[in-house]
Each structure stands twice: as C-alpha cells, then as structure tokens.
Design a protein around this ligand. Structure first.
Ligand SMILES: *Cc1c(COP(=O)(O)O)cnc(C)c1O
Length: 394
C-alpha cells in the first residue's frame, strides 16, 4: 500500500501526532474535559477570536479528537478532517454547508437511506431541490444540471446495490461548472479509495463501520481542504453541535491502528464468499464490485485498490418463507443492521417491510457482511443454510 497518502500507512495509523505524548505514554491520553483555561486575558481573547485553532471548549476542539482527525485527514490525503458524532451528521453537515435556499443538488438515488430522507423532507422545507440519478453513467449528472445546481452528492459504491460512479469523470463535470462534489466513502474506506485524489471536494464517512471496526462506537468524518473545513467548522459544526465524545475519538483511533490488517482480510473473505455464492445453483446473482462478472468491474479496479466485506446476492426464489428459512439457518452470521466490525452479518432487504408488502425486487435480495473470521467456517455456514433451502424446495 504505497499509493496512499503522503506518509506510509502504518506511520499514520501508529505514529502520526504521537511523538510527544505526555509522560512518554504509548497510548494517547483521553482528554475528558469540557473546558480549557488561559493564563491571561489576552490568551483568553485570542482563543475566543479563532476557536478553530485553539482549545477553548470541547464542543469545538479537543486534543484527543484532534489527534484522531489528524490521522483521518492523512488517510484521505485531505488537508483537514473533522470527527462528528455520526455518519449522518457528517453528510448532513457537509450538505448544509454546500447549499442554500433556492439551490439544487444532483444526488445518487441509492445513497444511504437517511441522506435520501434529508433531501426529500428536511431540505425540501428550506426550498432546496434535488434530482436523483442512478449515477453509473457520468452524463446523467450533466443532463440533470440546472442553472441553480450547486452540489453533486455521490456514494460509490452504494451499499445495497453496489452501483459505482466514475469519480474522475463526475468531478470533471462538476469542476467545469463550479459545482461542489461530496462523496460518502464509507464502503471502500480510505484504505481502498481516496476520492480527493480523483478531484472530489469533500469526503464523508460513517466511522461506525470499518474505521471503528469493532461494532462498539458511532461516529462520522468529514475531510476536505482547509478553507472548506474552516467554513464547515464555524458555520455548521459549532452552531449545530454534533460533537464526538473524546472517548469515542479514542476508540476510533485505537481501532484505526488495525485498519491495514482488517481490510485485506474483509476483502479476501468477501471475494471468497461472493465467488462461492455465484457458483451456487440456488443463487440468482451476486453484486460485488470485485467479481469479474460485475457490470462495473473495470471501473472498480480503476478507482479503488480493493473491496471491503460488504456485498449482496439474490436467492433464486420468489417466496419470503424461503428467504426466512435461509436467514434463520445461519449460525455464525448474525442478523443485524450496519456492518464494518470483525463479525459477519446478514441483512435481508425484505426485513425493512411488512411481510405482505415486500417489493418484488427486494424480496430475495440479501446483504452480507463478510467479517474477519475463518473463511472456511463462514463458507460452511452459508452452504449449510443454502442446503436447507434446497430441502424446503423439495
Ligand atoms: C451507516 C452509514 C451511514 C450513516 O452512518 P451512522 O454512523 O450510522 O450515522 C452513512 N452512509 C453509509 C454508506 C453507511 O453505511
């Protein structure tokens, strides 16, 4: 992994910002303090006049949080980053800082469901309009542009259907017109994809997934240039207050230390399971960007260095009972939302609906998170559950 950011990955993850820890501590301290005090009136005034660059109040800056942010910025190859209380806070803040009343955004339609909600209901109240596009063809963005378009909101790949956008092409369309670009980079993580290097302006993450990596913390990240981050800090973050707790920042930092060990394992396990499922007679199709059969396989290889553990597949059935049978037969895979921890999970798309109201295209779609367990055990678990499905069929 040398194509990363400026510094080698392990330097960022294990050492950056940690040369002068108090008392030669090896683990960074948790500064669990709400306020910081000043030796004099003048120091106090200086801090108040530029909160972005001073420790004043933990709703703004905190040393534990800032150390985590320094590493996150370096990982994304960004000038600066801000840790916030959740992934949705990261995207909402970045969007709010990019649009005002009367403006318009072009948005990838399969983006995270709460981002869609934000555009559909929340921003609509403030007269901010949007157009959804599938996003797999860059010309869709061009065609959707209006005179008042100020933002392209991307998520590549999306996390149920795994649709990619060509980041370089979409960024070029935006730059020509002075339109800002935001991408949700949660799936790939900065380990596998650095959108800023492709010309994207702002990267957001849910740190609750791989950056946290242990299903024990909720957080979000915004990374961008210094001027953009300064504006977001002063005009969105300070007034709205989605503050990350210093302990959450410390947990994320601790878990980041193993990012370079976890991600290749998620990739390997996902690819093994996806390949196995694709060859199984009970499986209709598998959606994983790094399967050679995937419709955007070449684009995936061009703009990402690898894939994470999340993919989806369709069972060959139109009966919900069979989907339930498969999901209930799994013993290692846990049935849960979210992903990005060490553990393998399944999320059947149908579970979001009442049993009698499942849309046909969601009924047999199952999302899988390949954790970092022994892949042989995971494969056995899936094969046994598929075998039970065959039994139901008779
Ligand atoms: C989980 C997720 C989010 C939201 O993050 P939270 O930390 O749960 O608020 C946003 N985008 C994607 C792609 C996600 O998977």
């Amino acid at each position: 992994m040398t194509t990363h950011a400026a510094a080698p990955l392990t330097e960022i993850l294990l050492h950056q910002g940690e040369r002068d820890l108090p008392f030669n501590a090896v683990s960074p301290p948790i500064f669990q303090t709400s306020i910081f005090c000043f030796p004099s009136y003048d120091d106090f005034r200086d801090a108040l006049s530029d909160e972005e660059r001073h420790y004043l109040y933990t709703r703004g800056n905190n040393p534990t949080v800032n150390l985590c942010e320094q590493k996150l910025a370096a990982l994304e190859g960004a000038e600066a980053a801000k840790l916030v209380s959740s992934g949705v806070a990261a995207s909402s803040l970045a969007i709010l800082g990019s649009l005002k009343s009367g403006e318009h955004a072009v948005v990838v339609g399969d983006c995270y469901s709460w981002v869609r909600y934000f555009f559909d209901t929340y921003l609509a109240r403030f007269n901010i309009d949007h157009t959804y596009v599938e996003g797999t063809d860059p010309t869709e963005f061009e065609a959707a542009v209006r005179p008042n378009t100020r933002l392209f909101y991307l998520e590549s790949p999306t996390t149920f259907t795994f649709k990619l956008q060509d980041l370089r092409a979409v960024a070029a369309i935006a730059q020509k017109r002075g339109i800002r670009t935001i991408i949700d980079n949660t799936w790939a993580t900065p380990f596998f994809q650095n959108p800023i290097a492709h010309g994207i302006d702002i990267v957001v993450h849910s740190a609750s997934k791989y950056l946290g990596g242990n299903s024990d913390v909720i957080g979000g990240v915004i990374a961008a240039s210094k001027p953009v981050m300064k504006e977001l800090f002063e005009h969105q973050f300070l007034p709205l207050g989605p503050v990350p707790d210093p302990f959450a920042a410390w947990l994320i930092m601790r878990n980041l230390r193993t990012l370079h060990l976890r991600m290749p394992r998620h990739f390997e396990n996902a690819l093994t399971l996806a390949t196995m499922l694709e060859a199984h007679p009970q499986v209709e199709e598998v959606l994983y960007p790094f399967l050679p059969s995937f419709s955007q396989y070449e684009l995936a290889q061009r703009q990402m260095r690898g894939g994470s553990g999340l993919f989806s597949f369709r069972l060959k059935t139109d009966r919900l009972e069979e989907v339930k049978g498969f999901v209930n037969s799994l013993t290692l895979f846990k049935r849960a939302v979210s992903w990005g921890g060490y553990e393998s999970l399944v999320f059947p798309a149908a579970v979001k609906f009442n049993d009698d109201a499942v849309p046909a295209d969601r009924l047999a779609l199952i999302r899988v998170h390949a954790g970092i367990e022994d892949v042989g055990l995971l494969a056995d678990d899936v094969n046994n559950a598929l075998g039970a499905l065959g039994g139901v069929r008779g």
